[in-house]
Design a protein around this ligand. Sequence first.
Ligand SMILES: [Zn+2]
Length: 375
Amino acid sequence: MLFYQTTVGDLMYRKLLIVIALALAFASFASAGDVNFRIGANGSVEIQGLRFLDMDNYLRSDFFREQGMRCGAKSPLPGVAESSIAKSVADCTATVTSIQAEYWPLSVTYVMPLWFHVIYRSDGAGYVSDERINAQIQVLNEDYGAMTGTMGADGYNTRIQFELAGITRTQNDAWFDDDDQDAYKPALNQDPSRFINVYSTSASGYLGYAYFPQDSAGQWWDGIVLLHAAVGGRYNGFSFYDQGRTLVHEMGHYLGLYHTFEGYSTCINSYTGGDLIVDTPAEGEDHYGCTQTYTCSSPDPIHNYMDYTDDICMYQFSAEQANRTVCSLVNYRSATYRVVADEPGDEPGDGPSGGEGGEGTPALGAILTHLLQSE
Ligand SMILES: [Zn+2]
């Protein structure tokens, strides 16, 4: 599952120790790198020796569903990082949610800086433009802020917003294949305790995967990996996932949210089972497309961002999901945001007003480009 360069003597031994130490943390993650995923020049998709005519066929295939390629995020390991947090981590552990009014902020917005790392292939595959990245950030803010007049308007304003801190671009064929995140993440990441790190690669054939703050906050592997084709704004042309919501979904995991179908056919709906959220109805299986189903006798939450439905179908966080995201943020990612007070006259859902509180304006820009030649 993990790869490292052949070295000699102490260095190899040390790396081996690191690999062993990290094996526990990675045990919760479906192994990227064993997948051998490739998008051909003619648009065909190859994965594990299977070949699909195009992306639409891949995304609607039994393989895509049965192998769980919609999302590679897996449940965190309880207790790994919690002991180092002093605040009210008990309110949103890996196994419990305790809804507290303090996590529904009324007059402030939490603004999180995000570094975007584009890793592309020598033939140009996977290159993502500044325009697509900026449109992607806009989608995050529309959906997390339930901004009036946007595609996210019918959701819930989590009071979390995002700003682009910078972009790196790296040409490296091996890294693009996503088979060695233990190489590219330490090389590229910006302090994971202070920044969201998003990497676009082939993502091993997943649409994306992420790590939960409850066991990975601030670690070098912390962050989100996206299939490059899924990056972008509204109607970006990427098949059934063309609204930029793959990152909205993965960011939900990054902020501590589980899939709405967590627990599957157990149909448990409690603060200690399923997705640890009660105002998202229990759901017996992951859901694709956009047809209302009743797998646990109540309407399945097919419009929730944490399901697997088509992008155009998902446009909601619940109030309790919003509560858990803010809880996860302030307890596990306390150095990864700044607080911006609303200005008088701000309408709910308009997002941060910016600049208030003496923190200065967001560090938009600061574009940094790395060009590393693949070997
Ligand atoms: Zn997911």
